[in-house]
Design a protein around this ligand. Structure first.
Ligand code: NAD
Length: 428
């Protein structure tokens, strides 16, 4: 059965409405929280390399800043829409609230395809984006970050423009900066490690020894690679990973039942997280169709690649031995498949909790930049562990006490905190 194509903002609002009902929120709270508090849409004229002028459309949506300055990335994408940005800004509000960092939710975007733009043209888009919105964003109001198709270089151009406009040095204006230019040590590891901090706690709750577990992982990029490294350090075995083959435009799974070796696999992996099939075969890996990452006989599944991967079609392939799913990717499970997972009693660590290590470390970057004083890597990762562990424990305790699904418990905590902050401020 094919599943419907949804508008992301409608999905975000439907998820919110369900939890608003559980929380018994009044009409004013619902009206305030199911929509962004502010949104900006603007033109960015750019003189192109051929001398012509092209006008790009830019967005910044601030969903809610009751708990602190807005936080959220800027996406460069040819199919960007205001509704996608609205949905992502709402999810940022809940993600910051569930890990209890004092930030709100925002998101930005520009409709463009960096593949077809020179470096100079991309720089002009970044500077133009900041010029249009510089009065509405800043270190104490709304802090951007990199996202789809934007990088540390884009962030530095944006920072430079902001600093020309505001006459000073404001490294806390933006995160995702390179280490040495205000970036934080530990950011590269943060999301993957954060996933495993929550897996470790879930295994304690399920009374399963990590060294008795096997995992299968979808993806072999930034999140997956650091998740695998830490999972192996706590004693677990990863027997299967999958990734996208750029040349064939298809995904493959790589299996070694004795456990994958990160040293050998990363030595044959390209910059985009694609593994060389021929070399993997020589190293003794079985090469399987990409979808088979989900049907492996393991205790733990970690989708860490893309959205909409566990669907009504693929959820049936999950092996009966699977006890835990940790969503490293954003939105890997469709609502219909999620219901099946819930009914099967599989322990779910939902995306906006499991992968919140990234934004938590960005918050640490912001704090360090505002102080202009930088921490050692161990200090960053130690603080990350504390933050992720206490967030996980709060959600799992609520799920246990109220006998509700982990995803619902995470939403109840996040939305409850934001609604309370709005009440405390006298907004509602
Ligand atoms: P990445 O680009 O570094 O890696 C993506 C990996 O997924 C690659 O190995 C690619 O080959 C693989 N892949 C793509 N399509 C696939 C498919 N159909 N089947 C199997 N593998 C496929 O990306 P990343 O930074 O690791 O992000 C992964 C996910 O985690 C995304 O959903 C992202 O939004 C989310 N996320 C990332 C961060 C972060 O800090 N990087 C933070 C929060 C959430």
């Amino acid at each position: 059965m094919r599943e419907k194509a949804y508008n992301s903002f409608q999905i975000a609002q439907a998820q919110f409405d369900k939890v608003a009902e559980l929380l018994g929120l009044d009409a004013a709270a619902r009206e305030l929280l199911r929509n962004p508090i502010r949104e900006y849409s603007f033109s960015i004229p750019v003189r192109m390399d051929d001398g012509s002028v092209k006008v790009f459309r830019g967005f910044r949506v601030q969903h809610n800043d009751a708990r602190g300055p807005g936080k959220g990335g800027i996406r460069f994408h040819p199919q960007e829409t205001i509704d996608t940005v609205r949905a992502l800004s709402m999810w940022m509000t809940w993600k910051c609230a569930v890990v209890d960092i004092p930030l709100g939710g925002s998101k930005g975007g520009v409709i463009c395809d960096p593949h077809n733009l020179s470096q100079r043209e991309q720089e002009q888009i970044c500077r133009g984006w900041v010029r249009q919105i510089s009065r509405e964003i800043g270190p104490i109001t709304d802090v951007p970050a990199p996202d789809v198709m934007t990088s540390a270089q884009h962030m530095l151009w944006m920072l430079d423009e902001y600093e020309w406009i505001h006459h000073g040095r404001f490294p806390g204006f933006i995160t995702g900066k390179p280490v040495g230019m205000g970036g934080s040590l530990g950011r590269t590891e943060a999301t993957g490690y954060g996933v495993i901090f929550t897996v470790r706690e879930a295994l304690k709750e399920l009374r399963i020894d990590p060294s008795a577990t096997r995992a299968s992982v979808q993806g072999f990029g930034n999140v997956a690679q650091y998740a695998i490294r830490l999972f192996q350090q706590i004693g677990g075995k990863v027997i299967c990973v999958s990734c996208w083959d750029q040349s064939e435009q298809i995904s493959y799974a790589f299996r070694k039942l004795t456990g994958i070796d990160m040293g050998e696999l990363t030595s044959i992996t390209d910059h985009f997280g694609g593994i060389d099939k021929t070399k993997a075969k020589q190293l003794g890996y079985e090469i399987l169709p990409g979808d088979e990452w989900i049907s492996q006989d393991v205790e733990i599944l970690i989708p860490a690649a893309m959205e909409n991967q566990i669907t009504l079609e693929t959820v049936a392939m999950i092996h009966p031995n699977v006890r835990l799913i940790a969503e490293g990717a954003n939105g890997p499970t469709t609502p219909e498949a999620d219901k099946v997972i819930h009914d099967r009693g599989i322990f779910m660590i939902p995306d906006f909790l499991a992968n919140a290590g990234g934004v938590t470390c960005s918050y640490f970057e912001q704090v360090q930049s505002n102080m202009n004083y930088y921490w050692e890597k161990d200090e960053v990762l130690g603080k990350l562990d504390v933050q992720m562990t206490s967030a996980f424990l709060a959600v799992s305790e609520l799920a246990r006490k109220q006998k509700i699904y982990m995803r619902d418990a995470a939403y109840v905590i996040a939305i409850g905190r934001v609604a309370q902050a709005c009440r405390d401020r006298g907004w509602i």
